[in-house]
Design a protein around this ligand. Structure first.
Ligand code: AMP
Ligand code: ZN
Length: 119
């Protein structure tokens, strides 16, 4: 399992840092975002360290595909599957990525507005 000893999401996956986990299996972990911006705000991460989409390799396809199935499970578990939710993967500086362990934000629980601010 690839791991970065400095990475806080690697530590959360390993249980070395506290988090409110909602799902975990041998490939993927999902937990509450510490600063939620919607009534439901869950982060879904691969257990192995991949810094961002810019480092994705063909052999990561299995775990990245599995993240979408986990998103489906978590959306049902959190009660947002029917009314809808948004999945966001920020990549790099212009997208505001601050944690360089690839993660999917699952946002829902209210109307989420337009996809992008017009700024
Ligand atoms: P991003 O801007 O896409 O890199 O998003 C990183 C997200 O990680 C932000 O929404 C933070 O609130 C969240 N975050 C940072 N540290 C933690 C932590 N220890 N536990 C849960 N969420 C965190
Ligand atoms: Zn990591």
């Amino acid at each position: 399992m690839r791991r970065d000893p400095e990475c806080i999401f690697c530590k959360i996956v390993a249980g070395e840092l506290p988090s409110k986990k909602v799902y975990q299996d041998d490939k993927v972990t999902a937990f509450h975002d510490i600063h939620p911006i919607a009534p439901v705000h869950i982060l879904i991460v691969p257990n192995q360290h991949i810094a961002s989409v810019n480092q994705v390799e063909p052999e990561d396809a299995d775990v990245l595909g599995h993240m979408f199935w986990v998103a489906r499970q978590v959306a049902e578990q959190m009660g947002v599957a029917e009314r809808g939710y948004r999945l966001i993967v920020n990549t790099g500086e212009h997208a505001g990525q601050v944690i360089f362990h690839i993660h999917m934000h699952l946002l829902g629980g209210r109307p989420l507005g337009r996809m992008l601010c017009q700024s």
